[in-house]
Write a protein that binds this ligand. Structure first.
Ligand code: PMP
Length: 422
């Protein structure tokens, strides 16, 4: 048996030696990405197998949760900072500070990139925002200022975000003032970026090196749209060989739907652009009836003031510049209830192993509704955005206890019914 043992070991060694035979590998010099920003964008497009198989329509999701900051907002944050640097509103390593008012992922994306570029960051947020977002911001070294809770307005969504947007704008101005001798020099950039600095001559070296306060202003900043018009949109076109029939997206600032939608329409006017709108958002009504009003308004004030919604990041009740860019090219809208969004998120884990956030769930629900409405057959393709992962949503959307208290049932069968109903 000892002989057998040595024989086996000899065979093992020979097999191991085989593995050292050099194999031909194509050499690439462009595969090393330059720092964390190199990881942003160029996300894969994945087929949602369960939905595509059931519908006979290709449902494809852009895996934006794979961005280093964990969401589609990395693209926007990078573009806003790049553009501000290009037009000379921000200069790395001068002690400048970026300000933004956000409940969402944009703060995390800005903080991520800011660290890599030598900027400080202040995020203004309502004090009822999900805990995990504040923890991430804290870890990234951002300063956080809490303002009055959004629940006074609209249940912790991005709705009525003006109050903390305005605080962020104010803080950016004050920051510049601190470095000014007696005058505040206000630079109004294209795309409505607000920047504060000090001095007399804009181009003097002295001014270049002064710390600046920069209000990123994702709602009104055109760079938001541009990130998607130049990035996300062309990627989708390339990845589908130009054979995309529809694009579905929620809208928080409107940047994604405006940028991707306008790009795709420019390539092929026939492509349908549809919005997935959560309960309580006014966009659905704006698109269907031309008037923007909260879907819960008619139900009286009691419901409206309650923190009763679980979808974060999409839905809006005012016309931002980015939404306004999108409106002329939006063909359709679908209202998605909280119950449907929750059902979809659980269904996707069960059937596809995909653990996604609330806006991704809304988007995929809207894909089903669009596919059914169009009575599309084999070969048609709908593309949507998988904005972030479920791990950003443990305290609300992925918290069963929270949902129970909010009276939202967890019923993935609802999706099965939607898929099979005719
Ligand atoms: N999903 C999530 C998770 C978000 O944070 C956002 C941004 N608020 C969106 C979707 C919507 O994207 P946009 O701002 O481009 O409309």
């Amino acid at each position: 048996s000892l002989a057998l043992f040595f024989q086996a070991r000899r065979r093992q060694r020979l097999a191991a030696k085989d593995q050292f035979e050099p194999r031909p590998i194509e050499l690439r010099s462009d595969e090393v990405l330059k720092g964390v920003t190199g990881l942003i964008g160029n996300t894969p497009l994945i087929r949602i197998n369960s939905l595509s198989n059931a519908l006979g329509v290709e449902i494809l999701g852009k895996a934006e949760f794979l961005n280093p900051g964990g969401s589609v907002k990395d693209r926007v944050a990078l573009r806003m900072i790049d553009d501000a640097e290009t037009v000379g509103l921000l200069h790395p390593y001068t002690g400048s500070r970026i300000f933004e008012g956000t409940v969402g992922s944009t703060g995390i994306s800005i903080a991520t990139i800011a660290r890599a570029r030598g900027y400080d960051v202040t995020i203004i947020m309502p004090d009822d925002v999900a805990d995990e977002k504040e923890k991430a911001l804290h870890a990234l070294g951002a300063d956080i200022e809490r303002v009055r809770p959004a629940s006074i307005n609209h249940a912790g969504r991005n709705f009525d975000s003006k109050p903390y947007q305005n605080v962020a704008r104010q803080r950016a101005l004050e920051f510049g003032r601190d470095f000014s001798s007696d005058r505040l020099h206000l630079v109004q950039a294209p795309s409505s970026m607000v920047v504060s600095t000090s001095g007399d001559e804009e181009n003097s070296d002295d001014l270049m090196n002064k710390p600046r306060g920069f209000f990123a202003d994702q709602f009104e900043n055109r760079s938001n749209h541009d990130a998607h018009y130049d990035g996300t949109g062309p990627e989708i076109w390339r990845q589908t060989n130009g054979s995309v029939n529809a694009f579905v997206s929620g809208a928080g600032t409107g940047g994604t739907v405006a940028g991707v939608g306008r790009f795709l329409k420019s390539m092929n006017e026939q492509i349908i652009v549809a919005i997935s709108d959560p309960e309580g958002s006014g966009l659905y009504n704006k698109i269907k009836y031309g008037v923007m009003f909260d879907s819960k308004e008619s139900e009286g004030t009691k419901r409206r003031h309650q923190v009763d919604t679980v979808v974060e990041g999409i839905g809006i009740n005012r016309l931002t510049d980015n939404i306004s860019l999108a409106l002329p090219i939006v063909d359709d809208a679908f209202r998605i209830t909280d119950v449907e969004a929750v059902a979809m998120s659980r269904y996707l884990v069960q059937h596809d192993g995909l653990f996604l956030g609330s806006s991704s769930a809304c988007n995929l629900l809207a894909c089903i509704k669009l596919a059914r409405k169009m009575e599309w057959k084999e070969g048609q393709t709908i593309v949507t955005i998988l904005c972030d992962s479920g791990n950003r949503h443990y305290s609300k959307f992925w918290n069963d206890e929270y949902l129970e208290k909010a009276g939202i049932p967890i019923d993935p069968e609802l999706v099965t019914q939607l898929l099979s109903s005719s």
